[in-house]
Structures are given as structure tokens and as C-alpha cells.
Design a protein around this ligand. Structure first.
Ligand code: GRF
Length: 214
């Protein structure tokens, strides 16, 4: 069984999708063991509490450097025997050292079809504003492993979502969440925990049968 830590900073609808999937028995060989928030006021913490999942708050500003912040996270993860980290709306960039330490063990969800509308500065509503400003007709979401490059790690899964003519950033954000993010993330987490994901450099392959011991 893989112990999963979900890192959050805000509303936590992706965390909720994971909790719902876990309660429905859809996370094969995995359990959400810990929720870590970078913000004490995050509603995601209330969702964790309601689901009976232990949580911790670690604020970046309480540490001198991003490396020390990473070390504190690492200690917490080791104490809880964590095998997979899921970034679900986590607004703090992790150090290169931390990303290397957990290579191919950190999954992020991003609300666009990478490599479009991603990288530094593309977060939250800004992603959808940029997509609408560009006039794309299709956008979507991407689940990927986290590397030192922001939104640059190997892609695990993507799902396309149609842009509608009267969309606002808010309406597009909601549709991308509902149709893509909340579907893709639990599935990718289950695939990871069941050992179905094979990583070869930048390319991830999904095997029907679990082949990896995780
Ligand atoms: C989501 O759009 C996710 O793709 C992005 O941050 C947002 C988090 O939303 N990384 P929530 O906190 O899960 O509701």
C-alpha cells in the first residue's frame, strides 16, 4: 500500500476528488495518509479533517530558504512513510534538491494542455485568461511528474476540454476542473500506486497490468 501525501494551498477541490475516489475504492493500492498545506487558512484543511485525514501546515515564510523548507517537508514525509506526493493546487515552488530526492514520486495537476500555457506565472485563473486571450478552441488539463523545471516533468495523462464562445476565465476553469482535472488526477494516482506507470526519460507509458513494485 502506497502512503500518499497531498500538498495543497487553497480550496482543495482536487483533494476532494481524491478523497471521493479513495472512499469509492478507486485508488488501487494507495491511501491518502497526509495532507500538507502551505497556508493555515486553506479550505482544503477542512476537507481533510472531514475525511479524517491527518494534516500539517508548513508555511514557506517560516523558513530561511527554499532548501530548508524542503528539508522540513522531507522530515514530515519520512515520519509518515510517504511514497507518493500529489501537488493539488500547491502554490509554493519546491527546491531542485527536493524534486531530485523525490524524482518520479511527485505528481502535479496543471489546468492546460502542456506545453501550452504553463511554466512560471501560469497558475490559477491566469492560465485560463491566457488561453482565452490566445483564442484556443480546445484546452484541458495535464497530470505530470514534477521535475526541477516548473511544469516541465514527464507527462502522465492529458484530457481535452472544448472552449465555448461565451466563456469567461471562471467558466472555463470550472469546466476544465469538472471534465478533466477531477477525472484525470485520481486515475493517475491509482495508476501510480498500482505500479502501472513506466517512466523512460520524458515519456511515461501506462501498462494495463501493474509491472512495477512501488
Ligand atoms: C487547479 O486548477 C489545479 O489544476 C491547479 O491549481 C488549482 C487548484 O484547485 N494546480 P483546488 O485547490 O484543487 O480546488
Amino acid at each position: 500500500m502506497v502512503n500518499i501525501a497531498v500538498f495543497v494551498s487553497g480550496g482543495g477541490t482536487n483533494l476532494q476528488a481524491l478523497i471521493d475516489a479513495a472512499q469509492a475504492g478507486q485508488i488501487e493500492n494507495g491511501r491518502i495518509a497526509l495532507v500538507v498545506s502551505s497556508s493555515p487558512g486553506a479550505f482544503a484543511l477542512t476537507r481533510a479533517e472531514k475525511a479524517g485525514i491527518p494534516s500539517a501546515v508548513l508555511r514557506r515564510r517560516d523558513f530561511d530558504s527554499v532548501e530548508r523548507y524542503g528539508d522540513a517537508l522531507d522530515t514530515l514525509l519520512r515520519e509518515n512513510g510517504i511514497g507518493l506526493i500529489v501537488l493539488a493546487g500547491f502554490m509554493t515552488v519546491l527546491s531542485a534538491d527536493f524534486c531530485r530526492r523525490y524524482e518520479n514520486r511527485i505528481i502535479n495537476i496543471h489546468p492546460s494542455l502542456i506545453p501550452s500555457f504553463c511554466g512560471e506565472g501560469f497558475y490559477g485563473l491566469r492560465v485560463h485568461e491566457a488561453a482565452l486571450a490566445k483564442g484556443v478552441k480546445v484546452t484541458g488539463a495535464t497530470v505530470h511528474f514534477v521535475s526541477e523545471v516548473v511544469d516541465g516533468g514527464a507527462i502522465i495523462a492529458q484530457k481535452a476540454v472544448e472552449v465555448e464562445p461565451d466563456d469567461t476565465p471562471e467558466s472555463l476553469q470550472k469546466r476544465v476542473m469538472r471534465q478533466a482535472e477531477w477525472v484525470l488526477l485520481p486515475r493517475a494516482v491509482s495508476d501510480f500506486c498500482a505500479g502501472r506507470l513506466m517512466v523512460d526519460g520524458a515519456v511515461v507509458t501506462r501498462k494495463e497490468e501493474g509491472v512495477l513494485a512501488v
